[in-house]
Design a protein around this ligand. Structure first.
Ligand code: FCA
Length: 325
């Protein structure tokens, strides 16, 4: 009796010792635009990975540099061992790496690659992202296909390419899209670039408006942009000057950010979106980071997530459901 009680107590103490250590495992997941469904989806799947692995995920929105560095301090104070980040500014890379090192935190980047002050990529930091050039090319080919389907003439049509050249993934996507259109035979001199100040709808709307006032002669518009919000801003610009939806084709990238638009009662100029795998981005980065922290298994320096599907009003519910989104 006495013995078994002692055993029990001992076993209990061992569990008690083991449990807090287990429960205390924490990892951060920092994203630049927490208002975008894209990043909310990454968070959801990071938490799913956290649950499967028995780790707590600390989610923090980091819209600027100051908030990013403060978030890293917060993670360190909470006892986290590392974090996944989509940085608000790729040039913050060296500062983020420095802060992480100072706190002995491991870093995995997602979606946007860190660069140094000269724009050179920090290739040492593990990165998971969609294949940017390829998804851009797909956008260009799909725009062309739809243009053919509608029987538009090249003479009546121009491209509004909303650009964000300072963000490498955006530059790769839009240049891929433009090159694909050119390879299909779209005339170079009717592909008009217009830079956006911010990667959201208001920024892209301004960019679109300033282009449209210069080209009242254009009847039909194809809209190129690096993600759904950028293309949506362009579509809103065409609407604001009364161009009919039948004369506009916009195809976005991200998919999850297009759900509201594709759910509208009437079709708009936004035809659809290329849906990559935000679920995989959120889950696999978290798992990589966990294995790195836990077992010292270093993640690959670069993982490109391919596998993209075009969602439109006709199939978006099914396609999202297939991915559990
Ligand atoms: C960038 C964009 C996001 C998303 C992500 C994969 O960070 O800003 O909208 O497309 O790449």
């Amino acid at each position: 009796m006495k013995h078994s009680l002692k055993t029990l107590l001992l076993a209990g103490a061992m569990v008690a010792m083991a449990l807090p250590a287990f429960a205390q495992d924490k990892l951060g997941f920092l994203v630049k635009q927490p208002e975008e469904p894209w990043f909310q989806t990454e968070w959801t799947f990071a938490e799913k990975a956290g649950k499967d692995l028995g780790v707590e995920i600390i989610k923090i929105g980091v819209p600027d540099g100051e908030k990013t560095l403060a978030a890293i301090d917060t993670l360190a104070a909470a006892g986290a061992k590392g974090f996944v980040i989509c940085t608000p500014d790729t040039k913050l890379g060296p500062a983020i790496v420095r802060a992480a090192k100072a706190h002995d935190l491991k870093v995995v980047t997602v979606d946007d690659q860190f660069v140094d002050a000269n724009g050179k990529p920090l290739e040492d930091v593990p990165l998971v992202m969609m294949a940017a050039k390829e998804i851009g090319e797909r956008q260009g080919h799909e725009l062309w296909k739809e243009m053919q389907k509608r029987g538009w003439k090249v003479e009546d049509t121009a491209v509004m390419a909303i650009t964000a050249e300072e963000l490498e993934t955006a530059r790769l996507r839009t240049s891929g899209s433009i090159e694909a259109l050119e390879s299909e035979g779209f005339p170079k001199d009717k592909i008009y670039k217009t830079p956006t100040k911010s990667n959201d709808i208001p920024g892209a709307l301004d960019a679109g408006n300033s282009l449209l006032v210069q080209h009242p002669e254009v009847k039909n518009w194809l809209i190129v942009g690096m993600n759904d919000n950028t293309v949506l801003g362009g579509v809103r610009a065409t609407e604001s000057i009364g161009i009919a939806p039948e004369n506009v084709i916009g195809i976005g990238i991200n998919g999850v950010d297009a759900v509201n638009e594709l759910s509208k009662a009437k079709p708009t100029g936004f035809l659809g979106s290329l849906l990559p795998s935000p679920d995989v981005h959120g889950y696999s980065t978290t798992k990589m980071l966990y294995e790195w922290v836990k077992d010292g298994k270093e993640p690959p320096k670069f993982t490109a997530v391919t596998d993209v599907v075009l969602i439109t009003r006709d199939n978006f519910k099914e396609e999202l459901a297939k991915k559990g989104l």
